[in-house]
Design a protein around this ligand. Structure first.
Ligand SMILES: [Zn+2]
Length: 429
C-alpha cells in the first residue's frame, strides 16, 4: 500500500495493530495522588501481559519489578557487538486528563480525508482543527469510540517497541547491539523516571518512543519548576469585619491578575516559556495558588520564578495584615545539556529516520518526557515519534502507517548502532 513508508513498515503493521488493540483496552490511567508505585493497579495488568509476551518472543530475562517496571534484554546478534548496549523505553500509563477506562478502539480503514464522527458523546475529529489529520488520507486511522482517550500516548510506543523487538528476535541475521527494554509506570504524573534503576538498566543511552508526528527526534525539553504560593489573611465574621478582615482569597486573585497576560501557555509558542496558574483554592483566612513555570533557558526560567515571587510580594506588601510563603521546586531539567556530550545518540536516530525515507523533525518539546530526568541521571535519552496525535483528549488518534514507520525506525536504529560498533564500518540498512 502506497501510504506505508517502506516495505519493512508494511510488514510490521499487522502485528503492531494487534498489539496496540490489546494494550489500549487495558485501563492504565495514572492517578495524580499516589501512595505507591504504580499509582493504579491496571498498570500492573499491562506490565504482566508485556512481560509474558516478551518471554514468549524469547527474551528470557523479561520481568516486572516491585514498582511495576518491565525490563528485558534482546541479546546482540548478526555480528553486532554485545558490549554496545542501547535502551528502548515507553510508558504504560495514560493521562488522568480524560477518561481512560473502557477504551474501545476503532480502525477507520483507508481514511478519506474528511471529518471522522465517533459513535459516542458526539465526538468529532475535524481535519480543519486537527493538525496532521487532513494529510493522512489513505491511512488507517485508529481512534477511541469518542468517550475515552485512545491511549496512543504511550501504548503506540509500547506496541512499536514490542513489534520491533519481535521482528529483530525473529531475524537473528540482522546485525544488532544488545538492546535493553523498559516499560515505565506513572510517566503522566511525572514519576516515570523516579524509580528507574539506571545502573541496573546498564545502557549507554536510550530512546523514549513517546513523541507524536512522523519523523520527530527530540533532544530538547522544557526545564520545569512548580510553585506554590500560600497567602494568609485575617478571618473574622463579615458583620464585624470593618478594618479587621484581610481577605486572602481576594489577595490571591489580585496576585494572579497582576501576572503578565502574555506569559501564559495560551499566548506563547515555539521557544517561549510561560507561567501557568493551574489552581487557585482558598477562603478568606488562607488561599493557595499553584503554578507551573516552563522555559528552554534556565536563566529565563529563574526569571519567571523571581517575577512570580516579586508580583506576589508587591500585592501582599500593599495589603497590611496579609502574609505570604512561596515554595518553588524543580520538576525536570531540559535534556539538551545532558545529550550534547554524546552527539552520536541523536545522530544514530537521525540516520535511522532517514533510512526509513523520512525527513527528521527536530522541534523542541514544550513539555517533558521520562528522558528529561533519565538524561540528567546519566542515561542520555532523546525522544522519537510514535505516530499518535491529540494526546490527553477523547479526540486522540493515531495513523497505523505512521506507527508502523516508528516500529521500522526502531529496527533501523538497532542496525545503525550495530554498524557503528564495527571498526571502519558504515551503517547500511
Ligand atoms: Zn507520553
Amino acid at each position: 500500500m502506497a501510504s506505508y513508508t517502506s516495505p519493512l513498515a508494511e510488514s510490521l503493521a499487522e502485528d503492531l495493530l494487534q498489539r496496540f488493540d490489546r494494550y489500549v483496552r487495558i485501563d492504565t490511567q495514572a492517578a495524580r495522588e499516589r501512595t505507591g508505585c504504580p499509582s493504579t493497579p491496571g498498570q500492573l495488568v499491562l506490565a504482566a501481559l508485556l512481560a509474558a509476551e516478551l518471554l514468549e518472543i524469547g527474551l528470557a530475562d523479561a520481568a516486572v519489578d516491585d514498582n511495576g517496571y518491565v525490563t528485558a534484554t534482546l541479546s546482540a546478534s548478526g555480528g553486532g557487538d554485545p558490549r554496545t548496549v542501547i535502551g528502548l523505553i515507553s510508558h504504560m500509563d495514560t493521562s488522568p486528563d480524560a477518561p481512560g477506562a473502557g477504551v474501545v478502539p476503532i480502525v477507520h480503514r483507508d481514511y478519506g480525508g474528511g471529518v471522522i464522527e465517533l459513535p459516542r458523546e458526539g465526538t468529532v475529529l475535524d481535519p480543519s482543527t486537527e493538525p496532521h489529520l487532513g494529510s493522512r488520507a489513505g491511512h488507517d486511522i485508529v481512534t477511541s469510540s469518542g468517550d475515552t482517550l485512545l491511549g496512543a500516548d504511550d501504548k503506540a510506543g509500547v506496541a512499536e517497541i514490542m513489534t520491533a523487538v519481535a521482528h529483530l528476535q525473529a531475524h537473528p541475521e540482522l546485525a544488532r547491539p544488545t538492546i535493553r527494554i523498559c516499560f515505565t509506570p506513572d510517566e503522566e504524573i511525572g514519576e516515570g523516571a523516579t524509580l528507574f534503576d539506571v545502573a541496573a538498566f546498564g545502557a549507554r543511552c536510550a530512546y523514549t518512543i513517546d513523541g507524536s508526528s512522523l519523523g520527530e527526534i527530540q533532544d530538547e525539553t522544557f526545564s520545569a519548576l512548580g510553585a506554590t504560593i500560600t497567602v494568609t489573611g485575617v478571618e473574622v465574621h463579615p458583620g464585624l469585619a470593618t478594618g479587621i478582615l484581610v481577605n486572602a482569597a481576594r489577595v490571591a486573585a489580585e496576585i494572579v491578575a497582576a501576572l503578565p497576560a502574555d506569559l501564559t501557555p495560551e499566548t506563547t509558542s515555539g521557544r517561549d516559556g510561560f507561567i501557568h496558574v493551574y489552581e487557585i483554592a482558598g477562603e478568606a483566612g488562607s488561599a493557595r495558588i499553584r503554578a507551573i513555570l516552563r522555559d528552554f533557558d534556565d536563566e529565563l526560567l529563574a526569571g519567571h520564578a523571581s517575577l512570580l515571587r516579586s508580583v506576589a510580594e508587591e500585592v501582599v506588601a500593599r495589603t497590611p495584615g496579609s502574609s505570604l510563603t512561596v515554595d518553588v521546586v524543580e520538576q525536570y531539567p531540559n535534556m539538551r545539556a545532558h545529550l550534547e556530550p554524546f552527539p552520536e545518540v541523536v545522530e544514530h536516530a537521525i540516520q535511522a529516520i532517514r533510512s526509513e525515507g523520512l525527513e527528521p523533525l527536530r522541534e523542541p518539546i514544550r513539555g517533558g518526557t521520562d528522558g528529561s530526568q533519565l538524561s540528567a541521571k546519566g542515561l542520555p535519552t532523546p525522544n522519537i515519534f510514535t505516530g499518535g496525535h491529540a494526546y490527553h483528549s477523547v479526540r486522540e488518534w493515531a495513523s497505523l502507517q505512521d506507527m508502523a514507520a516508528a516500529a521500522a525506525v526502531i529496527v533501523r536504529l538497532s542496525a545503525a548502532w550495530a554498524a557503528s560498533g564495527q571498526p571502519g564500518a558504515t551503517a547500511s540498512i
